[in-house]
Design a protein around this ligand. Structure first.
Ligand code: EPU
Length: 421
C-alpha cells in the first residue's frame, strides 16, 4: 500500500489539465451495454473505479480495448448478466449496470451494494423507479435479481428524503430508453454527469428530452446503436485544484475546466475573495487578497456539491473567522473533521453542521481518511501545513484523482509517493 508525503508551504503556480469526469464516465460505460454495436468512449480518466467498471463489463462477456485515453467497447453477443459481489463491493457505482441490463437483456443479477463510510447509501429510489417501469426485483443471497420482461413507459416521481438521486436517475433513464412507450421522470437529478450520459444515449439513438432539468421525458425505441463520445471534464477535480490554488495563495490555470459546472463553488470562493475568471479553454484562479469566512450548505446540482464539502472545509480551516458548513446530502460525511483537527484545525461538529474557527496555520501530521474526497481534503491541508504530512491509504485518491501527485508536482508542490512500511 502507498502513502502520499507532502512538505507544505509552497505556493502553487502554473497550469494543470483537468481529466475526464469519473462520475460521468462510469454510467456512460454501463450504457454501452444497451447496444450490440461498438462504442468508443474518449477522455476516460486512468482511475481504479474506471478499471473496476471495465472489469464488470468484461465479466459479462463484453470486449474491451484501451487505446490511450479512449476505450473501445464491443458488447455484441454478451450473454452474462451477473455483477458479482467481489466487484460491486469495491465500487457502489456498479449499481448503474442494473438499468441497462434490464433494458437490453431483460434480466440482471447485481450484488446489493452495501453502505459506505460517507454514511448509509440506500438504493430504494433506484428500485422504486425500475419497479414503476414494470421490473420485478427481489433480493436473494445478497443479490438483486431483476426481471425486465415487461418494461413499459410510465410517469415516475423519482425523489427521496434528500431530493433527487444521480445514479437512480441514470438507471431509470437508461432502462426506459428501450421500454415500450413514454416515460416521464419527475424530480430527475440535473447534474452535468446526468446530462453527459443523456447526450451519449441520444447519440446512440435514444429519444430523450428535458435532461438537465427536473423533468426528463424518454420515448422508448426498439434498438440503440453504438456511438462515439468524449466525456466532460471532471468538475470535482476542477474544484479541488481551485481550492489548492486558494489554500496555497497561488495562481493556477485549469485547462479544459468548465466554470458553469461548479458555479456554486465559484460563487462561494468569489464571495470569500478569490479571483476566478473564465479564460479560453479553462479557468484561472488567483489569490489576490486575504480570504473571508463563509457559510455553505451542500445541495443537489446546481447547489454546492457534497463531493466538494471536505476540500472546502480545509480552506475554511485556515481562513480567519467562523465558517459554518451544513451537509444536507450525506449528514454523516465528516470523517475528515477529526483528522483536520489532528493537524491543528478548530472544527466542532453539531449534527450535520461543522462550525469552523479559522486558525493561522496547520501542522503536518500522519493522517488517514477512509474515503476519496476526505483524502483530497487532507492533501489540501498538507499543502499548507508546516512540515511534513503523510496521507495514508491513498488508494482512495487513486479511485478518483488521475495522476494527483504528478499534477501537484508540476504546480510546484513538494509531494511524493512512498511505500508503506
Ligand atoms: N438516496 C436514497 N435512496 C436511493 C439513492 C440515494 O435515499 O436510492 C439518497 C442518498 O443517501 C443521498 C442522496 O439520495 O442522501 C443523493 O444520493 P445519490 O443517489 O445522488 O448519490 P449517487 O448517485 O449514489 C453520486 C456520485 C457520488 C456523489 C453523489 C451525490 C457517482 C458514481 N457517485 O452518487 O460521488 O456524492 O452522487 O452528488 O456518480 C464521489 O465521487 O466521491 C461520490 C461519492
Amino acid at each position: 500500500m502507498d502513502k502520499l508525503v507532502i512538505e507544505g508551504g509552497r505556493r502553487l503556480q502554473g497550469t494543470v489539465s483537468i481529466s475526464g469526469a469519473k462520475n460521468a464516465c462510469l454510467p456512460i460505460l454501463a450504457a454501452t451495454l444497451l447496444s450490440d454495436d461498438k462504442s468508443v468512449i474518449k477522455n476516460i480518466p486512468a482511475l481504479k473505479d474506471i478499471s473496476t467498471m471495465l472489469k464488470i463489463l468484461k465479466n459479462f462477456g463484453v470486449r474491451v480495448q484501451l487505446d490511450g485515453d479512449a476505450v473501445i467497447i464491443e458488447p455484441r453477443g454478451y450473454k452474462k448478466y451477473v455483477a458479482p459481489y467481489e466487484l460491486v463491493s469495491t465500487m457502489r457505482a456498479s449499481i448503474c449496470v442494473l438499468g441497462p441490463l434490464l433494458a437490453k437483456k431483460r434480466r440482471a443479477e447485481v450484488s446489493f451494494p452495501g453502505g459506505c463510510v460517507i454514511g448509509p447509501r440506500p438504493i430504494d429510489i433506484h428500485l422504486k423507479g425500475l419497479k414503476a417501469l414494470g421490473a420485478k426485483i427481489k433480493v436473494e443471497k445478497g443479490y438483486l435479481i431483476a426481471d425486465g420482461n415487461s418494461l413499459k413507459g410510465t410517469h415516475i416521481y423519482l425523489g427521496g428524503h434528500s431530493g433527487s438521486s444521480v445514479l437512480a436517475t441514470d438507471n431509470v433513464m437508461m432502462a426506459s430508453t428501450l421500454a415500450r412507450g413514454v416515460t416521464i421522470i419527475e424530480n430527475a437529478a440535473c447534474e452535468p454527469e446526468v446530462v453527459d450520459l443523456a447526450t451519449f444515449l441520444v447519440k446512440m439513438g435514444a429519444k430523450i428530452r428535458g435532461y438537465g432539468t427536473p423533468r426528463i421525458i424518454v420515448e422508448g425505441v426498439k434498438r440503440l446503436h453504438g456511438a462515439e463520445h468524449s466525456v466532460i471534464p471532471d468538475r470535482i477535480e476542477t474544484g479541488t485544484y481551485m481550492l489548492a490554488a486558494a489554500i496555497t495563495k497561488g495562481d493556477v490555470t485549469l485547462k479544459n475546466a468548465r466554470l458553469e459546472h461548479i458555479i456554486a463553488l465559484v460563487d462561494k470562493l468569489t464571495e470569500s475573495g478569490l479571483d476566478i475568471k473564465n479564460i479560453p479553454n479553462g479557468i484561472r484562479v488567483r489569490y489576490i487578497k486575504k480570504l473571508k469566512p463563509t457559510h455553505m450548505t451542500t445541495l443537489p446540482y446546481p447547489g454546492f456539491a457534497t463531493d466538494m464539502q471536505a476540500q472546502f472545509m480545509s480552506l475554511m480551516a485556515v481562513t480567519d473567522g467562523i465558517s459554518v458548513i451544513t451537509e444536507k446530502i450525506y449528514p454523516e460525511r465528516f470523517i475528515h473533521v477529526s483528522e483536520l483537527n489532528r493537524m491543528g484545525a478548530d472544527i466542532l461538529l453539531e449534527g450535520p453542521c461543522a462550525i469552523i474557527k479559522g486558525v493561522n496555520s496547520l501542522s503536518g501530521a500522519p493522517v488517514m481518511a477512509s474515503d476519496l474526497r476526505a483524502s483530497a481534503a487532507l492533501v489540501l491541508a498538507g499543502l499548507v501545513a508546516r512540515d511534513r504530512t503523510d496521507v495514508h491509504r491513498i488508494y482512495h485518491l487513486d479511485r478518483g484523482y488521475e495522476n494527483l501527485e504528478k499534477k501537484l508536482l508540476k504546480l510546484g508542490a513538494k509531494v511524493w509517493r512512498e511505500k508503506e512500511k
